[in-house]
Design a protein around this ligand. Structure first.
Ligand code: HEC
Length: 109
């Protein structure tokens, strides 16, 4: 019985660490695409509502540093009237956020 429990614990641990370390592409799809779009252009319902800029445009990408991109994910963003525009991302780790930065840079067309 104890042995069986141990095995179950091991299986549970490996499943949770697997979903924890999702790669940047699937994190983008799960956490970012509903606003920014699969391709980063922001042509989604949410994107239009929030006035999202086109992340495939190098001029837009030049406007924020990697640190700012991280901060946007970690703490969220507010618009000029102080309203939350991009919510802080809560479901992924700091490392996963860092891994999303090169992914975002690679959206440039
Ligand atoms: C609730 C909608 C929403 C979600 C979800 C979202 N964003 Fe944003 N994001 C915005 C808005 C709104 C802005 C500000 C307008 C703009 O710059 O396009 C923004 C801006 C950004 C910027 C530019 C930061 C800056 O300082 O100019 C980056 C980079 C970014 N988002 C990356 C991401 C990543 C990566 C994810 C997923 C982990 C994500 N966003 C999820 C709405 C969202």
């Amino acid at each position: 019985m104890i042995k069986k429990l141990r095995i179950l614990t091991l299986i549970a641990a490996s499943i949770s660490s697997y979903s924890f370390a999702a790669d940047a592409a699937s994190n983008w799809k799960d956490q970012c695409a509903k606003c920014h779009g699969d391709d980063g252009k922001g042509e989604t319902k949410m994107g239009r509502k929030l006035g999202i800029t086109d992340l495939t445009d190098p001029k837009i990408q030049a406007k924020f540093s990697d640190e700012q991109a991280f901060k946007a994910m970690k703490s969220g963003l507010t618009d000029s009237s102080g309203k939350t525009s991009m919510k802080a991302i809560e479901n992924i780790s700091d490392d996963e956020m860092k891994a999303l930065i090169p992914f975002v840079r690679a959206l440039i067309k």
